[in-house]
Design a protein around this ligand. Structure first.
Ligand SMILES: NC(=O)C1=CN([C@@H]2O[C@H](COP(=O)(O)OP(=O)(O)OC[C@H]3O[C@@H](n4cnc5c(N)ncnc54)[C@H](OP(=O)(O)O)[C@@H]3O)[C@@H](O)[C@H]2O)[C@@H](O)CC1
Ligand SMILES: Nc1ncnc2c1ncn2[C@@H]1O[C@H](COP(=O)(O)OP(=O)(O)O)[C@@H](O)[C@H]1O
Ligand SMILES: [Mg+2]
Length: 284
């Protein structure tokens, strides 16, 4: 398999397969979404919807109790568990998505430290999860963790992680930034934007070929986090989760743009269109 290049449908067809007829939801992965805070429940809804539309068998949303009514309407298919997670709850899931809408109440850094210390499967780190790593200087913990980390910063979050204070984000050298982040943290780095990049610490680098400006709308990154976590719950390798995840996310965005147009499409439309992207890839 090529270690650099474009992420295209030919590659995605090698990793996204038709479901066995006798599959059951336990085979499709238990995804824990640690997201949402008062005022940002939507990020948890979008991340959980992205995971469910990507074939996750079960989604549990770890959120403050006051969000439960909103979450249970927004994602009736998911169950809610407290933000104060027990270790068994944490270890029982097949993949973790942490960060969308998490806020910065000081608890997030403690939670992320616990995950990095105890968890050894795949963690998708996004948004306020990334910001907590920047704020609390957790890059060493990222490097030493037994977990397989996929981080999904947008350029603003990447600049914070690398302490690039005061630079003009549009001047960022994107391939170099993605590579530096992957090398510094040992995580797979998904540097989002037009032509999202996927970089690994041993120099693999891929460029996505799907997506459009209609995806420049609040919450579309939260959806991607759920997609990647769902693929991890279905046992794809971390680099395949990242590569196939960004491709399918952009493909769903292109399907949205085709049916709704780039101006009015929203991240909730995007989350729901992920199902059609999978249908087009798998054929059913
Ligand atoms: N419904 C919900 O609950 C939602 C909840 N959300 C949650 O909000 C939290 C904060 O996340 P966030 O991304 O909105 O804010 P932040 O991290 O400050 O970065 C944004 C600023 O960075 C800059 N910027 C420069 N280039 C950029 C680029 N290419 N792509 C993106 N940004 C770029 C640019 O700065 P500007 O140019 O405006 O000065 C831009 O304003 C997080 O937890 C997230 O999950 C959201 O998902 C929305 C829906
Ligand atoms: N112009 C664009 N072309 C293609 N994809 C885009 C464009 N603008 C944004 N996106 C995609 O939309 C998503 C935005 O993520 P993010 O900034 O984290 O949004 P949010 O935090 O609001 O969910 C990323 O996956 C990014 O690649
Ligand atoms: Mg985001």
């Amino acid at each position: 398999m090529e270690k650099t290049g474009l992420i295209n449908l030919e590659y995605v067809n090698t990793v996204i397969k038709e479901r066995p007829r006798d599959i059951h939801k336990g085979d499709c992965g238990k995804v824990l979404v640690i997201a949402g805070s008062v005022g940002m429940a939507g990020a948890a809804v979008l991340c959980a919807r992205g995971a469910l539309r990507s074939g996750a068998g079960l989604v549990r949303i770890s959120a403050p109790g006051e969000l439960y009514p909103i979450l249970q309407v927004g994602v009736p298919e998911a169950t809610c568990v407290p933000r104060e997670l027990s270790l068994p709850d944490l270890m029982a899931c097949d993949a973790i998505a942490v960060g969308p809408g998490l806020g910065d109440d000081g608890q997030s850094a403690k939670l992320i430290r616990t995950i990095l210390k105890k968890y050894e499967k795949t963690v998708v780190l996004d948004a306020d999860g990334i910001n907590a790593v920047s704020r609390e200087g957790l890059l060493d913990e990222l490097r030493e963790t037994g977990a397989k980390v996929i981080m999904t910063p947008h350029p603003g979050e990447a600049a914070r992680l690398l302490n690039y204070c005061g630079i003009d984000i549009s001047e960022l050298d994107r391939p170099a930034t993605a590579q530096t982040l992957a090398e510094k943290t040992g995580a797979i780095c998904v540097l989002k934007g037009s032509g999202t990049l996927v970089a690994t610490e041993d120099g693999e680098s891929y460029t996505n070929t799907t997506g459009n400006p209609g995806m420049a709308t609040g919450g579309s990154g939260d959806v991607l986090t759920g997609i990647i976590a769902a693929l991890a719950g279905q046992k794809l390798s971390p680099v395949d989760c990242a590569k196939a995840g960004v491709f399918i996310h952009g493909m769903a965005g292109d399907l949205c743009a085709k049916s709704l147009g780039e101006t009015g499409m929203t991240s909730l439309d995007l989350a729901n269109m992920v199902a059609l992207a999978f249908k087009q890839i798998v054929g059913k």
